[in-house]
Design a protein around this ligand. Structure first.
Ligand SMILES: Cc1cc2nc3c(=O)[nH]c(=O)nc-3n(C[C@H](O)[C@H](O)[C@H](O)COP(=O)(O)OP(=O)(O)OC[C@H]3O[C@@H](n4cnc5c(N)ncnc54)[C@H](O)[C@@H]3O)c2cc1C
Length: 501
């Protein structure tokens, strides 16, 4: 049976849920297609026995007043999910060191910590802080980047201020350039710290992370912004967005995998795929918002994807994959002052980002903690392997992560109450992302802001959002990209979308 709607949104991760709820709240007839049996995507959760694991995202930004999630939920008239600010946002352990660098929430405490940890770095941090202030004020004015039409350009120009123009001078610079400019280029320990933090949030080290992006990433853990821990699980965020969508009259169709996207000769789109029990479905839509990585477009559109655009996507290079250990341990085995998030500089299989559940936060029984350790890794090498080779590689990666956790926390593998590893293959299955690509395009200056992929594609009526689109990965980032795509789509229909500051 064929049904029809004004806009079909593809993928019910945070980008898709946000887009669908925004468009439905403006009175459009919206259908949100999701391949999985639940929403949330990379910010979803799964259960194993007594444990609830956050599959990817474990901490959120944008919950502060004026932050993107807070603005959106106020706009939807839905309560913001319950969350506690993280303090410290993260404890960062450099290899071979016994005490961590702690990213305190209080800006003055963090300033004292970083100057104690990295003497002589004050000018570097001042420069980062100045760029961040200007970026943040700019981002809060909802610019459209990169601009592709006169309307986009007008939004961009409307968001510019003299301060933005000054920070624009650093458009092609990297964080390593800022370090050199401020006289801190020789501090190898600071450089290692920056590489660790930046690879986590921008997929690139300091000498490849755009200064304008990196300056904000390095300020995310501090008030008045900050990082937050959701009570219950990360699924609370998608459930609250599902509520916003339902209240606005939009439809979420779970277990609907889009397989083919075709533009109709007389306008609009035909969407075909497999529904529940693999029954085929067909949907007609005037416009489509696609939240899958752009690398998925070739498979969906085939020859209809313009060649130049396809080459542009290929030229962006491969995003990362992820290895994630989902574990559980007796809480008393954890160091008492660990905090909920830690990063460890680790060689094999790579730097670890560790997230631990809080007592009574809904993720593990009393006296136990869930422990999630993730590593970004090249994705393609995990595919096309013989099963035995794949299993050996998986066991080696698991052993490497356990070795890192033993070095960091003194936890031996046999002390785990539960442990399972997801590889890029598992991510491809969970998220439907080609090669299990996650994390978006690395935030190199050549791909950041005006040089990145736009939410407005060259194919009329096809819009993109998600972690490959400005401003990039993270639940806050993909929500901003969803807002941009929806503003553009609605503007084309002569309707202005404002969600308040
Ligand atoms: C290991 C890891 C740790 C992370 N940690 C954090 C963190 O702590 N904080 C943070 O803010 N961010 C974090 N992130 C990033 C964050 O999770 C993502 O940037 C964000 O959730 C992406 O949302 P999205 O909606 O763009 O994409 P997705 O979440 O991937 O959503 C896409 C949806 O589309 C569906 N789909 C795919 N193909 C089809 C199809 N053909 N038809 C229909 N549906 C389809 C998928 O099932 C999925 O639900 C992390 C990511 C990873 C991988």
């Amino acid at each position: 049976m064929t049904s029809r709607c004004d806009v079909a949104v593809v993928g019910a991760g945070i980008a898709g849920l946000t887009s669908a709820a925004l468009l439905a709240a403006e009175g459009l007839d919206v259908v949100l297609l999701e391949a999985h049996s639940q929403s949330g995507g990379c910010a979803g959760t799964f259960r194993r026995g007594a444990y609830t694991f956050d599959v990817g995202a474990t901490q959120v930004a944008g919950f502060e007043p004026g932050g993107i999630h807070q603005r959106l939920f106020r706009h939807f008239g839905v309560p913001l999910p319950q969350a506690a600010p993280l303090d410290p946002g993260c404890s960062v352990w450099l290899a071979g060191e016994t005490t961590p660098i702690r990213l305190w929430r209080d800006p003055e405490r963090w300033q004292a910590e970083r100057l104690r940890q990295f003497p002589g770095s004050a000018r570097f941090w001042e420069l980062c802080a100045a760029l961040h202030r200007s970026n943040w004020a700019f981002a809060a004015r909802d610019p459209v980047l990169p601009p592709r039409t006169g309307w986009d350009l007008a939004q961009l120009l409307g968001a510019l201020r003299p301060g933005t123009l000054a920070s624009g001078l650093f458009m092609t610079a990297t964080i390593a350039d800022l370090l050199r400019l401020s006289g801190g280029g020789g501090d190898g320990r600071l450089r290692r710290f920056l590489d660790l933090q930046l690879k986590l949030y921008s997929q690139e080290p300091a000498d490849r992370t755009a200064a304008l992006y990196g300056a904000t990433v390095l300020a995310m853990a501090q008030a008045p912004l900050g990082l937050w821990h959701l009570q219950g699980s990360m699924q609370q965020l998608s459930q609250a967005l599902e509520l916003a969508l339902a209240q606005a009259g939009g439809q979420l169709r779970l277990r609907h995998r889009l397989e083919r996207l075709q533009s109709n000769p007389l306008g609009g789109w035909s969407l075909e795929g497999a529904g529940p029990a693999r029954r085929p479905f067909r949907l007609q839509a005037d416009e489509v918002v696609c939240t899958l990585p752009p690398q998925a477009l070739q498979g969906l559109l085939g020859a209809a994807l313009p060649r130049a655009y396809s080459r542009r996507i290929e030229a962006c290079g491969d995003p990362s994959g992820a290895l994630v250990l989902y574990g559980a341990v007796p809480r008393q085995l954890l160091p008492p002052d660990l905090g909920l998030h830690a990063q460890l500089e680790w060689r094999d299989p790579g730097n670890l980002f560790v997230s631990i559940s809080a007592e009574a936060d809904g993720r593990a029984p009393a006296g136990q903690a869930s422990l999630i350790a993730s590593v970004f890794t090249p994705a393609r090498p995990w595919f096309g392997l013989e099963e035995a080779v794949y299993q050996r590689r998986k066991q080696k990666a698991l052993a490497g992560i356990h070795a890192g956790l033993e070095a960091l926390l003194g936890l031996r593998p046999e002390q785990f109450l539960h442990a399972e590893l997801a590889t890029p293959r598992g991510w491809a299955g969970w998220t439907g992302r080609p090669f299990g690509f996650v994390g978006g395009l690395g935030q190199h200056p050549s791909r950041f802001g005006p040089f990145g992929l736009a939410s407005r594609t060259p194919v009329p009526g096809l819009w993109l959002c998600g972690d490959a689109i400005y401003p990039g990965e993270g639940t806050a980032g993909v929500s901003l990209s969803a807002l941009t795509a929806c503003r553009q789509l609605l503007a084309r229909r002569g309707h202005a979308l404002e969600i308040g500051a």
